[in-house]
Design a protein around this ligand. Structure first.
Ligand code: PEP
Length: 270
């Protein structure tokens, strides 16, 4: 059974002075009697403060990015080994980084490799642009992203890449770019269709077990008001939440709804 995951992407918000208090508030407000995996991804400089605030809670800490090399002349960058002790999860391939830092599927695959090597649980983001959806290319685009990322990942020179990815606890976030930060979300049915496309694309690379086991999250203007539409879809296993993740009331509502899904899927009440 796949876990239900709610991950918060704080983007370039909060400071080391205020991030810990917000994280502690969200942790307290999102406690549910159901197996919901909660992750908060603050800016790099807030990882230590958030980690300290979440010590003793079940909420994990994630980074929002990681470099594709281990060390070297990369001014301003952070490598996977540097995140040891600061984060247990990491987002790779967010569309804002594809847009602003020119990240390609090939680069995202190499970042994924570094994350897995370092024992970080990756949240791998894929999703189409508005024009691609409007011209009927959404499925092909996302299929191509998965293929490109996993091809670059499979070039790994370490161990058995497939087994390592299987064991990494990786999740995929389907995030249609036109829905991120716009207040315009996909429908639950469209998100479920795309989750099927993602799993088929993973299976097509030979990773058949991973395709069935990997959680697929939806991301794009998720709120407490619309999370139910996504979690009603058996193919959707949670959400990557941006703007609403900075609001404790919203996070409380989102995780409470996720708790109902987690309880129902694990055969309990709810
Ligand atoms: C995101 O940052 O991944 C995201 C989905 O943002 P928002 O929820 O604000 O659309």
């Amino acid at each position: 059974m796949r876990p239900v995951v709610i991950a918060a992407n704080w983007k370039m918000h909060t400071t080391p002075a205020d991030a810990g208090e917000l994280a502690a508030t969200i942790a307290a407000r999102t406690r549910v009697d159901a197996p919901v995996t909660r992750v908060i991804c603050p800016p790099y400089v807030c990882l230590a403060a958030v980690g300290a605030a979440l010590a003793g809670t079940a909420v994990a800490v994630g980074a929002q990015n990681v470099h594709h090399e281990l060390t070297g002349a990369y001014t301003g960058e952070i490598s996977a080994p540097m995140l040891a002790g600061l984060a247990s999860w990491v987002i790779v391939g967010h569309s804002e980084r594809r847009r602003d830092a020119g990240e390609t599927d090939e680069l995202v695959g190499r970042k994924l490799r570094r994350a897995v090597e370092a024992g970080l649980r990756p949240i791998v983001c894929v999703g189409e642009q508005l024009v691609e959806r409007e011209t009927g290319q959404a499925e092909a685009v996302v299929r191509g992203q998965i293929h490109g990322i996993l091809t670059a990942f499979g070039d790994a020179t370490f161990g058995d890449a497939a087994a390592d990815l299987d064991e990494s606890g990786a999740v995929i976030a389907y995030e249609p770019v036109w829905a991120i930060g716009t207040g315009r979300n996909a429908t639950g049915a469209d998100a479920a269709t795309m989750a099927g496309v993602i799993r088929a694309a993973i299976a097509a690379t030979g990773l058949v077990d991973l395709a069935a086991a990997i959680p697929v999250l939806y991301g794009g203007s998720v709120t407490a008001g619309n999370i139910g539409e996504f979690l009603a879809e058996p193919a959707i296993d949670g959400a990557l939440v941006g703007g609403a993740s900075l609001k404790p009331d919203e996070m409380a509502g989102i995780v409470a709804r996720a708790g109902l899904t987690a309880a129902a899927r694990s055969g309990g009440a709810g």
